[in-house]
Design a protein around this ligand. Structure first.
Ligand code: ADP
Ligand code: MG
Length: 266
């Protein structure tokens, strides 16, 4: 059985990679939408000052007045910062511009690595899953996500040096595990923006699979123009174009995630 899952709390998964533009946000909102579509209750916490997950879900500025910044700094209870996404079963804690300064403000706070974990205690109880969309850095924001989470999902773009980049992340996860969060696991690695016309994608994918084995999801997210168009419409690609290859890949990924979760719980 899963040792570090709170008796009745949600399963908390951080979506992290210190590299920008690898598909963290896209994976967070589309995996969340696909899980909600099969009746899971899902909360997405936008922990990136850029707020791409919030924008991508179509949330405007005045819906973000209470946001993850206030939660981290203890100025708001987490439950008070949760807003509906417009999609049944899917809610969000949005990000706000103040979050850009949070890294610096957190430095001066006691137990600064535990702010999100503390905020989640007793909160988000109605949810099956909490997905945390991390910023593209391994600073205090991502650290808070890794300390609060039970597992990390790593989106990995199939490009040259992909493995080098991920080794830094893996070392960070190991350190967090040792110092702050012994139960932390790599839940899975998902290959994103896969280009079938590109031999390099294939080579990188087989290198990553050789190295990480079963941690790598069978589902590969293809590079698909519909995925890149969806955010400007304020919608996950699952709502923007359900039949697109990108949307269907996220449906498959959600199925695989649920299968792994069932196996891990058995
Ligand atoms: P991150 O959160 O890691 O910075 P994003 O999810 O924001 O990365 O993705 C970076 C950019 O690539 C965005 O413009 C996004 O729309 C686009 N993108 C992400 N996944 C795909 C995909 N499978 N196909 C095409 N474009 C994608
Ligand atoms: Mg992002």
């Amino acid at each position: 059985p899963r040792s570090n899952r709170p008796a009745e709390g949600p399963r908390i998964i951080a979506i992290a990679n210190q590299k920008g533009g690898v598909g963290k946000t896209t994976t967070a909102i589309n995996l969340a939408t696909a899980l909600a579509a099969v009746n899971k209750k899902v909360l997405v916490i936008d922990l990136d000052p850029q707020g791409n997950a919030s924008t991508g879900m179509g949330l405007d500025r005045n819906q973000r007045r209470t946001n993850s910044y206030h939660v981290l700094l203890g100025e708001s209870e987490l439950d008070e910062a949760i807003i509906p996404s417009g999609i049944p079963g899917l809610a969000m804690v949005p990000s706000g511009v103040d979050l850009a300064g949070a890294e610096l403000e957190l430095v001066q706070i006691r137990e600064r690595e535990f702010r999100l974990k503390e905020a989640l205690k007793g909160h988000g109880q109605g949810f099956d899953y909490v997905l945390i969309d991390c910023p593209p850095a391994l600073g205090l924001l991502t650290l808070n996500a890794l300390v609060a989470a039970q597992a990390v999902m790593v989106p990995l773009q199939c490009e040259f040096f992909a493995l080098e980049g991920i080794s830094h992340l893996v070392r960070t996860i190991e350190r967090v595990k040792k110092v702050f969060n012994p139960g932390l696991d790599i839940q899975g690695i998902v290959l994103t923006m896969f280009d079938t016309r590109n031999n390099l994608s294939d080579m990188v994918a087989s290198d990553v699979r050789a190295y990480f084995g079963a941690k790598v999801y069978d589902t590969v997210i293809p590079r698909n123009v519909r995925v890149s168009e969806a955010p400007s419409h304020g919608k996950p690609v699952l709502l923007y174009d359900f039949n697109s290859r990108g949307a269907q890949a996220y449906v498959m990924l959600a199925g695989e995630v649920l299968k792994r979760e069932r196996e891990a719980a058995a």
